[in-house]
Design a protein. Structure first.
Length: 93
């Protein structure tokens, strides 16, 4: 049975927020070697500027603007750290 591990929304400014959702599944999502399903999104002006996710059959990856690049999942703490690092980089002038 899927178990919700994290569901948070962080308001970062009047026009930006981060939404984090992580589930633990009974088996791995096709394309990922682990039992977590996740969607970590950074939204600015109602547009998803950056997102880490693992859609079925696409495996672990991240979206940086219009680009999609592979992401190597190591652990949940590393995933969260990598996400917040990218958010910080994105927000720098």
């Amino acid at each position: 049975m899927p178990q919700l591990l994290l569901r948070e929304r962080h308001v970062l400014s009047e026009n930006a927020f981060a939404e984090l959702v992580i589930w633990q599944l009974p088996q791995a999502v096709p394309g990922s070697p682990h039992q977590f399903k996740y969607r970590l999104a950074f939204v600015v002006d109602e547009i998803c500027a950056m997102r880490f996710d693992n859609e079925a059959s696409e495996g672990d990856h991240k979206h940086l603007g219009d680009r999609q690049v592979a992401y190597t999942f190591v652990s949940l703490p590393r995933l969260l750290g990598d996400f917040w690092h990218e958010v910080t980089r994105w927000r720098r002038p």
